[in-house]
Design a protein around this ligand. Structure first.
Ligand code: HPA
Length: 249
């Protein structure tokens, strides 16, 4: 059994956190998911690349259901996900980390639930706390003890992508209360909760939303900011893994 998983988004592909890495394919009823299983302080940890090996899947083509079901089948209980985001909030700057506590869903056409009504089961899941409060608390404590700066709350707006937003959309999402915008947290957060996984997200701001920043956005800019600031996420993840695996949770 592997109880802890890291889901890496754009720019967090480096599973250097772990040793004895082995790749595995996990068959689920929704398709195949690929994971890397490694060892961290004598415990197995799963690392999953959200966009597939080598970032080959755009956000709307990711098989989120296979990904989350694979983690469940492996016995995972705790998931810490990372995600690159644009900022809608002028107090959140490129390079900043944000511990998400709320989300809004503006996706359009993705399979987004495990409860499709098959088998006659209609399930409405409570989303008062979309992200696990216990894991969020643990990550806040880790950030504090390691001196990693982290915005303790943030509302994530999920768009369909793969295009970036128009400046009018960025203004509108900000007015609605969004802090950051990305293309992948829905349905990942939804499925994780439906699957009863403890799930939290550390988002890294890679750019200001379109129109806040005068330059056009590029995926390269996102990758560059992740590369330059990846150390703070790695420090946080290593501390969190240590505490989760050491029973400090
Ligand atoms: N918009 C949507 N997704 C993103 C952005 C953005 O500005 N930056 C990184 N992922």
């Amino acid at each position: 059994m592997v109880e802890v998983a890291i889901i890496g988004g754009s720019g967090v592909y480096d599973p250097r956190l772990m040793s004895d890495l082995r790749e595995e394919s996990v068959e689920t009823q929704f398709g195949t998911a690929h994971v890397t299983i490694g060892t961290f302080q004598d415990n197995p940890v799963v690392f999953m690349q959200r966009h597939g090996q080598g970032h080959t899947l755009p956000p709307h083509k990711i098989n989120y259901r296979a990904n989350i079901m694979a983690l469940k089948q492996l016995g995972v209980k705790d998931v810490i996900a990372t995600s690159a985001v644009g900022s809608l909030n002028r107090a959140m700057h490129p390079g900043d980390l944000v511990l998400l506590d709320q989300f809004m869903d503006f996706t359009k056409q993705r399979p987004f639930t495990f409860y499709d009504g098959e088998g006659g089961e209609v399930v409405h899941t409570d989303f008062t706390e979309p992200y696990c409060p216990g894991l969020r608390e643990l990550l806040l404590a880790c950030a504090q003890s390691k001196g990693v700066r982290l915005h303790p709350t943030g509302t994530y707006v999920c768009t369909e992508g793969p295009r970036y937003e128009s400046p009018a959309e960025v203004r509108a999402y900000g007015l609605l209360g969004g802090d950051v915008v990305g293309m992948t947290n829905v349905p990942e957060v939804v499925l994780a909760k439906e699957a009863k996984l403890r799930y939290a997200v550390v988002a890294m701001v890679t750019n200001y939303g379109a129109g806040i920043s005068p330059q056009p956005l590029s995926h390269q800019e996102v990758l560059d900011v992740m590369a330059h600031n990846g150390e703070s996420i790695r420090t946080l993840l290593m501390e969190a893994l240590g505490r989760l695996l050491g029973g400090g949770h």
